[in-house]
Design a protein around this ligand. Structure first.
Ligand code: ZN
Length: 246
């Protein structure tokens, strides 16, 4: 399954999904919630959805979005459901998808591709790349991009790690004691990891002063870090992550 051909097929799938998302954004911007749904001929409304974020209801041409969630998350859900529709309607993409995956792996891959497309729709990769070229791997890009493009900080962190490429890790820490809210990229630890005591990131929060330099990462590995505090949270961007313990 993981032959060179399958790897190439999967890479092509991601590229094609990114193209679909970018084309949809160009056609329907500004992507307000109403315009997001209207682009596929749907309306949307909030509904109590047990255990899920969103649902396409073709009979009424309605996208249902879980009630009570933050606006940024609801907008991401709308974009995710729109991606389902765009992929369903693309015969070539769909047949490639079925060639590359089967069973549970197919479902997982489809969800991942819908998230990939939704992120690109709401926060274009070229915008992130341009911001990075201007500011360098500065953690402030996480809250700046999130604020300017109306996406969650988690979505901005994921987009930033993707734009930085292999070997980069982006994470957001908060709460007391500091614990991991979200991490993406190389050697990314799981959500909920509690920061060990006396870690340099604790000092970043206590003092409000940025940290720059080599850092032993809380979840393992080491890399060149840039951390900043804002509103009690710590934002961390690491490049050149080496996963070897040592
Ligand atoms: Zn989905």
């Amino acid at each position: 399954m993981a032959s060179a051909g399958a790897t190439e097929l999967r890479r092509r799938l991601s590229e094609r999904v990114l193209e679909l998302a970018a084309a949809y954004r160009r056609l329907h911007r500004p992507l307000t919630p109403d315009r997001l749904a209207a682009g596929i001929g749907y309306s949307w409304r909030e509904a109590p959805l047990a255990g899920r974020d969103g649902l396409l209801e073709p009979s009424s041409r309605t996208i249902l979005v879980a009630a009570g969630q933050p606006r940024t998350r609801q907008r991401f859900t709308l974009a995710h459901e729109v991606m389902h529709r765009l992929i369903e309607n693309d015969g070539d993409l769909l047949s490639d998808l079925h060639d590359a995956y089967e069973g549970r792996a197919l479902e997982t891959a489809l969800e991942r591709l819908c998230n990939l497309g939704a992120a690109e729709m709401l926060l274009p990769g070229e915008v992130v790349a341009k911001a990075l070229a201007g500011a360098g791997p500065n953690p402030r890009l996480i809250w700046e991009l999130a604020g300017r493009w109306g996406v969650s900080e988690a979505a901005a962190a994921v987009a930033l790690s993707r734009a930085l490429g292999p070997g980069a890790q982006v994470s957001i820490w908060g709460g007391r004691p500091l614990e991991l809210y979200v991490a993406a990229g190389a050697a990314a630890p799981a959500r909920g990891l509690v920061l060990p005591g006396r870690h340099p990131l604790s000092e970043v929060r206590q003092t409000g002063l940025p940290f720059r330099g080599p850092l032993d990462l809380p979840g393992g590995g080491r890399g060149e870090a840039w951390a900043r505090e804002r509103g009690g949270r710590v934002y961390l961007v690491v490049v050149g992550v080496r996963e070897d313990a040592g």
